[in-house]
Design a binder for this molecule. Structure first.
Ligand SMILES: Cc1cc2nc3c(=O)[nH]c(=O)nc-3n(C[C@H](O)[C@H](O)[C@H](O)COP(=O)(O)O)c2cc1C
Length: 159
C-alpha cells in the first residue's frame, strides 16, 4: 500500500478532535492533539488513543497509570493547533484543572474523561493505550471535526 494513498483514503473518515493529557514526572501537565481517540467497549467502559513513536509525550504516557481526554468544541480550533505544535508550553493561557486521578483536563470542552490505562499495544509506528474510563462529564454543544486534513464543524469550516 502506497503511504500517500493510505493517508488520503483515511482522511475521508471524519473524526472529532481531543486533547490527550498526562501528568509529567514533575507534575507538569502535558498534552497532544489527537484524532485517534475512540470508544472501544461499553462494559467495561473502554477507550483507546494511539500515540506516535516520534511524539515527545510517548515516554510520559508509558510512565503514567492514567490519561485525560478533553473533547474539543467547534470554537476551540486554536487549542487543537496549539497542542499539535512542538516546543511550546501548551498550557500557558489555557484553563485546566487536575482531575481526581491526577490527569489534567481542559476547561470549556464538550466532554472530559479520566482513563485508567489497562493495556498498551505496540502497532506499527504507534502505541495504542487502551484504558478504562473512571470519570466522565459532558455538556451540550457542537464538536470540532477533522475531515480531509482540515478542521471543520458540523455547519462548515472553522477559522
Ligand atoms: C488533527 C490532528 C490529529 C492528530 N492526531 C494524533 C494522534 O492521534 N496521535 C498522535 O500521536 N499524534 C497526533 N497528532 C500529532 C500530534 O498532535 C503532534 O505530533 C504532537 O503534538 C507533536 O508534539 P510532540 O512531539 O512534542 O508531542 C495529530 C495532529 C493533528 C493536527
Amino acid at each position: 500500500m502506497d503511504e500517500e494513498r493510505f493517508r488520503k483514503t483515511c482522511a475521508q473518515f471524519a473524526t472529532g478532535i481531543a486533547i490527550a493529557t498526562v501528568s509529567g514526572r514533575d507534575g507538569r501537565p502535558l498534552g497532544i492533539t489527537v484524532n485517534s481517540f475512540t470508544s472501544v467497549s461499553c462494559a467495561p467502559p473502554l477507550v483507546l488513543v494511539c500515540v506516535d513513536y516520534r511524539s515527545s509525550i510517548l515516554p510520559h504516557f508509558r510512565n503514567s497509570t492514567h490519561y485525560g481526554i478533553s473533547v474539543l468544541s467547534e470554537d476551540q480550533r486554536d487549542v487543537a493547533v496549539r497542542f499539535s505544535q512542538p516546543e511550546l508550553d501548551r498550557f500557558v493561557g489555557i484553563g485546566w484543572r487536575t482531575g481526581s486521578t491526577g490527569a489534567p483536563l481542559l476547561d470549556g470542552v464538550l466532554a472530559a474523561m479520566e482513563c485508567h490505562i489497562t493495556q498498551t499495544v505496540e502497532a506499527g509506528d504507534h502505541a495504542i493505550f487502551i484504558a478504562e474510563v473512571v470519570s466522565a462529564d459532558s455538556t451540550e454543544g457542537r464538536p470540532l471535526l477533522y475531515f480531509g486534513s482540515s478542521y471543520c464543524s458540523s455547519t462548515g469550516s472553522v477559522k
